[in-house]
Design a protein around this ligand. Sequence first.
Ligand code: UD1
Length: 423
Amino acid sequence: MARFTVRESPPLRGTVRIGTSKNAVLPIMAAALLTQEEVRIKSPPRLSDVRTLLQVLQECGCESDLEEGELRLRAGHVRSPESCERMRRMRASVLVMGPLLAREGQARVSMPGGCAIGQRPIDQHLKGMEALGARISMDHGGVVLQGRLRGAAIYLDMPSVGATENLMMAACLAEGTTRIENAAKEPEIVDLAACLSSMGARIAGAGTSTVTIEGVKRLHGAQYTPITDRIEAGTMACAAALTGGDLLLAGARSDHLRSLLFKLTEAGVHAADTPQGLRVSGRAGRAMEVRTMAYPGFPTDLQAPLMVLCCRTPGTSVFLETIFENRYMHAAELARMGARIRVEDRVAIVEGVRELTGAAVRATDLRAGAALLLAGLCARGETLVEDDGGHIDRGYERIEEKLRAVGADINRVCESAPGYSEF
Ligand code: UD1
């Protein structure tokens, strides 16, 4: 459980250092199960999701330590976790399926949990594993996969990020060539492919809709520095625009944020690359139309933060959420603060208002939680964000410290579950 108080803040000014990408690090951690040798991951973000996956990896037999800002993983012998309890806590833990199956010829995983933003099935992961030769059965709530993998042609019904990653990892140790069509193209896929390649994998086409993997007999250890977090950077960009501030997002990759930056500049916000990072300044003066899509479309993970900006931007903004079916839970919370948002199925219509007022609101999921913190920055009086699920700490490293350092009036009044800040 975590709780934050936020008060109306001056324009945010200064530098925010963007951390390592959560969504890049998680699959790269799972990839460590593919080799007996040590995989070293530079600057892992201190997030509870990273810690949870690390515990799942330990249950899989992986040894780990964190030294000099480097997470070292050694998977000498691997096995499927005995308990599904931790796996159920986070969806990304399903990413151990591909590596375990490819290396051991069997895997048992739980149906994953995570944010309650939609149904989030894993049928595409399973369909792909089956095409690679796995036999699949259910066993007391877990999924059991068995078989020696052989390269295959796989078509994904939707470009699922997790399924693309899981199948890429499995295919690395399969016999022969695998082609994944309608693959996800997110920067995190490209990053995973680069890490796997540095471990000896043979992958082509990552970042396009067809990824080809030629199986190899074994992978070796590597040292890898994952990309910075485009969603953290995008959230901070929205915070800058919301307060009419001027933030330098050190380490942010503007090439990973094109869709957001187009929206912000169309609305009148200034965004420019500088040698130190991405600089975002000014206010949004015009309403927007936003449709979430797979990359390079607008990321669903930035829909909530951008919606807060639209709450305070003159005119009527329209959102269409095409990725998850239940991702407007922040709308009802923002309404408590005076926002005017009408949600109809996958569409949200946002009327810009002159003022938001502080209220007690609930973080229903990770990005919704971050969005409510942003709303508090431009709401009269005090906003209390109650995050009983510890969602915000799953994906943002000490967000209150980063915001406070650039002028935000924000405090953590209650800690998350113990262990948040350590591995
Ligand atoms: C990843 C990101 C998450 C982001 C999402 C979409 C990580 C750890 N998480 O999640 O932050 O919001 O991409 O960009 O990287 N689907 C199926 N069957 C499947 C798999 C997915 O129907 O087997 C559906 C999902 O329900 C969803 C859509 O496909 O509607 C996209 O999901 P997916 O791309 O798999 O998201 P994740 O990998 O879970």
